[in-house]
Design a protein around this ligand. Structure first.
Ligand code: NOJ
Length: 561
């Protein structure tokens, strides 16, 4: 028996509001701009929109540094705009989830301003303050995700505060019940405005090991690894359960946790409490590190398909009875998927379609990041002055200070920077890709005349139409949503193939993951004439007695029964 839920059957579209559509021509995307494009999103076949943060923020980390949870960033509009947005989304029979960023706030949040003002004010304990260690060293040797120490010394009270991200993003102290209560109240306030759930930012970092030990550190490294002490901490389950009991369980919503190093066992454990869903699904990062060096996210390695297969198998089998997967290949923190896992040059269209086929035929809820549906690519600016992302800019500064050559560091940034995904949405071939008529906050990718929504809609063979088709196919074939996952050809280095099986329905997916043409014997009897080819990214099939000749990035989905 499958446990059907609306959010399992949904296709999610992620919007990065700053880069989506600028309605008031100030160079920054906004809420009215999103409203203008809702029909476009609906038309693609989308059910749920995930909106990255739109709250008031000084923008040290583009809205992930919130200075007021209940106000809207001026750049984006106001609360009335948000109300209309929610209404307009619901009118079109779609849902909307917001980003919930409660591991940290901005240092400009009222709570932090008060907290840092003295040692004994009522808000001091809302954040994590500690005295320095011997010789004025930070309390632990942990390294921040954005480079440097996780601790900043505050002159006024002569203590350090913790920030796992930028120094303008102090971590909230979840040990303090007053903090938790305020967060739950804020969550209820938003749910009462009619939103349909949350994507929970770095949610498995909210509970910290209260002994604050130093992390392991190799002699050549400047910092230690604090992750064991702030990921999946001792009180995490208790906090998430409390959040459920105090607010979330009162609503029919969806939740997706952003969870680094969580593992299948945690995903299962956190999926349920007393018959109610806690975190409906999580974004794990295993595919996001598959092409990265163990030591540094900035070092890009080749794609190892066998590794990718192992990851899917582990998660698909692990969560087949209990829990649910979130399927994503990119988002606002990752490079563009076609540049990363496909080929953004001669096979851009074929490889974007192949990746879409994989996403839409996997168990779990698929998340499409804006622009993916037209095959947008990395931007690779050649000048650091064009980048806007705090993580990228810090990386550049830190590496150059170490004496590394500019060209080398720029090469890393061009491949890996989060700004690759943050350039404006390419709507048409007009000025600034139709995103804005004034100067955009970040440059448009120069390939917008070639790659844009208008052109894609007018070309029936485009990546956009392929997405639209395959989304419809997924919706019309429940087995592609709930069917069991059975891998085939597990040892094959370049062909990814699997079966999805649900009651009497059976589907076969075959993906050539690379550009080399090859022949492969499929261990299932396919007779293309009798069995239905649901979709493919080539016009014909080269099949002879179960031997398939696969062209670059060719992908096929058969309905076998
Ligand atoms: C994860 C978000 O996706 C990312 O954009 C942000 O920088 C960090 N969390 C910190 O909030």
């Amino acid at each position: 028996m499958v446990n059907r839920r609306w959010w399992k059957e949904a296709i999610v579209y992620q919007i990065y509001p700053r880069s989506f559509n600028d309605s008031n021509q100030d160079g920054i995307g906004d809420i009215q701009g999103i409203i203008e494009k809702l029909d476009y999103i609906k038309n693609l076949g989308i059910d749920v929109i995930w909106l990255c943060p739109i709250y008031e923020s000084p923008n040290a980390d583009n809205g992930y540094d919130i200075s007021d949870y209940k106000s809207i960033m001026d750049d984006f509009g106001n609360l009335d705009d948000v109300k209309s947005l929610i209404e307009e989304i619901h009118k079109r029979d779609m849902k909307v989830i917001f980003d919930l960023v409660v591991n940290h706030t901005s240092d400009e949040h009222e709570w932090f301003i008060k907290s840092r003002s003295s040692l004994d004010n009522e808000y001091r304990d809302y954040y994590i303050w500690k005295e320095g260690k011997d010789n004025n060293k930070p309390p632990t040797n942990w390294e921040s995700f954005f480079g440097g120490s996780t601790w900043t010394f505050d002159e006024k009270t002569e203590e350090y505060y913790l920030h796992l991200f930028d120094e303008k993003q102090p971590d909230l102290n979840w040990e303090n019940k007053k903090v938790r209560n305020k967060i739950y109240k804020m969550i209820r306030w938003w749910l009462d405005k009619g939103i349909d759930g949350f994507r929970m930012d770095v949610i498995n970092m909210i509970s910290k090991d209260q002994s604050f030990p130093d992390g392991q550190k190799d002699s050549h490294e400047d910092y230690g690894d604090g992750k064991p002490y702030f990921l999946n901490g001792p009180r995490l389950y208790e906090y998430i359960k409390e959040m459920g009991e105090e607010v979330l369980f009162d609503y029919d919503i969806m939740t997706v946790g952003e969870t680094l190093n969580f593992g299948v066992e945690n995903a299962k454990k956190f999926s349920e409490f007393n018959g109610k869903e806690l975190l409906d699904m999580v974004f794990h990062f295993e595919l996001m590190s598959v092409d990265r060096d163990d030591e540094s996210k900035w070092i890009k390695e080749d794609i190892d398909l066998k590794e990718i297969k192992k990851i899917y198998k582990k998660w698909n089998h692990g969560l087949c009875e209990k829990g649910w997967n979130a399927i994503y290949l990119g988002n606002h923190d990752q490079p563009r998927i076609v540049s990363r896992f496909g080929n953004d040059k001669e096979y851009r269209i074929e490889s974007a379609k192949m990746l879409a086929t994989m996403m839409m035929t996997m168990p779990g809820t698929p998340y499409i990041y804006q622009g993916e549906e037209i095959g947008m690519t990395n931007v690779a600016f050649n000048d650091i002055g064009k980048y806007r992302d705090v993580e990228t800019i810090n990386h550049y500064r830190i590496e150059l200070n170490k004496g590394r050559a500019k060209v080398e560091v720029m090469k890393e940034i061009q491949k890996v920077s989060r700004d690759n995904a943050r350039t404006p949405m390419q709507w048409n071939d007009n000025l600034n890709a139709g995103f804005t008529q004034s100067t955009p906050w970040i440059n448009v990718n120069s390939n917008y005349k070639e790659i844009n929504v208008e052109k894609s809609i007018n070309d029936s063979d485009s990546v956009y139409h392929y997405y639209k088709n395959i989304i419809e196919i997924r919706k019309n074939n429940i087995g592609l949503i709930y069917g069991r996952y059975k891998p085939l050809l597990e040892e094959h280095e370049s062909v990814f193939s699997y079966i999805r099986e649900f009651k009497r329905e059976k589907y076969l997916v075959i993906l050539n993951f690379f550009e080399q043409e090859l022949s492969v014997e499929i261990p299932i009897n396919i007779k293309s004439k009798e069995q239905k080819l649901l979709i493919s990214n080539y016009d014909d099939i080269k099949l002879n007695n179960n031997i398939l000749n696969l062209r670059p990035y060719e992908s096929l989905v058969f309905k076998l029964s």
